[in-house]
Write a protein that binds this ligand. Sequence first.
Ligand code: ADA
Length: 555
Amino acid sequence: MARRFTEHEHRHVEALDGVWDFAYLGDTDPDEVDPAAIAFDDRMAVPGCFDATPAYAGRRGLAAYRTRVPVEAGRHRLVFDGVQHWCRVLWNGEAIRDHAGGFTRFHAETEAEAGTAEITVLVDNRFGDRSPLHMEHFDWYHFGGISRGVELHRLGAAWIDAVRVDTASVADRRISVRIDYAAAAPASLPLAVECDGRTVHTEQVDLDAAGTLAYEFELPWVAPWSPQEPRLSTLAVRLGGDDRRERFGLREVRTEHGRITVNGEAVTLLGVNRHELHPQFGHAQPEALLVADVQQLRDLGCNFVRGSHYPMDPLFLDLCDESGILVWSESIGWQYPVEHLTDPAFVEAQLSHIDEMVAAARNHPSVVLWGVLNECPSWSDQGRPVYERLLGRLRELDPTRPVTYASLNAFDDRCFDLVDVVSVNTYPGWYFGGIADIPAELDRIAAHVDALGHADKPLVISEIGAGAVPGWNDQTGSLWTEDYQTALLTTVIDHLLEGQDRISGLGIWVLGDFATTQHREMALKRPRGVNDKGLVDEYRRPKQAYRAVRERFRR
Ligand code: ADA
């Protein structure tokens, strides 16, 4: 997996990234597939998206990926960092796991016999009941494939499932650590915990079949993590023959008096929304691309990025940890209709997806906000219980971070009481009104939120922007020109930075242009089939607005 640190130094881990055998099966029911009869007649990169390659561009259907790997006898775990967007994992022809939903880490386990294991993954990028989180009308193109890395882990008699590191107190330099383990049989094993190479705890522990060990440690040598000084530490846990390493930063995020604070200091979020799409790689994000994206965020002077509208690549979060860029991490969603949002199968799928998002991202100090359900019916009676349930799950899993969602329309929203940070998407000057109306519209939103009784909550404009066809200008600065986009965004930023003090966060829509759905209603509103509200185009070439935003964010 592309990470900036090694998660295991002692556990036997093999990266399975590379070139796998591939077969496109098209409109086939996965339950009807005989794994032994699949004709693997092609090759595919892992990580990668098959429908971003020339041979399978635009295809929607079932695909099969296969690789072979020598294994010893014993328990093995396949770890996937993201598969788009439904899959079935087979080990020597036997199904060992189905998984629905892209963009999150999950695993599949099996007891292996010694020899060569054949791993097959059936990947489905179609829309329908198997994939309740993904819908075709979303404003982005859903690519399919094993889009993030794959690893094979050998598990011993007892193993660590997860290590959580939370800041207990920055002032006292204290962290709380929770170790989730599992054991094939009850056992007594040595536990050793090191931080930054120093031993902080040793103990002989009696393990049940599965359980949790909880500790608090004081780390007087660890200095706090902050956007200005993003200092990171590494915790290494050893349990018998197994181990797990986690990188963390000591920091507290709170909401106080209408502001978001990091270690007690108010921060104004200045940044962009970011999609993980690329014309050549789909949702797969090569390391070079992630590094380049973070370079551009830093160059722009952003201290904030919203991962829209799904959990970001783990390496991207690592790079944000190192750069001090504050991240809003959100579960997948885009204008689900009420009847979909309230379907119990959908709610269950969201809850699992949220569990996976939090498990994968909770130790990243850069992640300061959890979000759900972008622009969904938070205005409806039926939608409200779903917001309550999903936001409640986030609070239950992680009480240390504020929660939010991006509202479609502040003026009829009914769920602002459920969040710590009120976030509003709005497109004055684009979908309604003119550029001159923007300052008054932003003030009107702020006044409305305050009048509802939420003046004590931070207010973030989570999306605002304008389309600009790259390189396009005319004499009147009309819609779709780079001139228009620049004029709109500079009006927004100037008002937020110099014209008011209520709104304390801005996520420009969007860092880079990206392909939209082929759904006609949307595609016909997007020149070239691309959502072109990016500060850079889909190949990351800066537009005029990039320079104007940069100049203002860096002031
Ligand atoms: C919405 C939505 C974005 C994008 C944007 C736009 O606010 O949240 O994903 O679709 O509109 O470009 O219109």
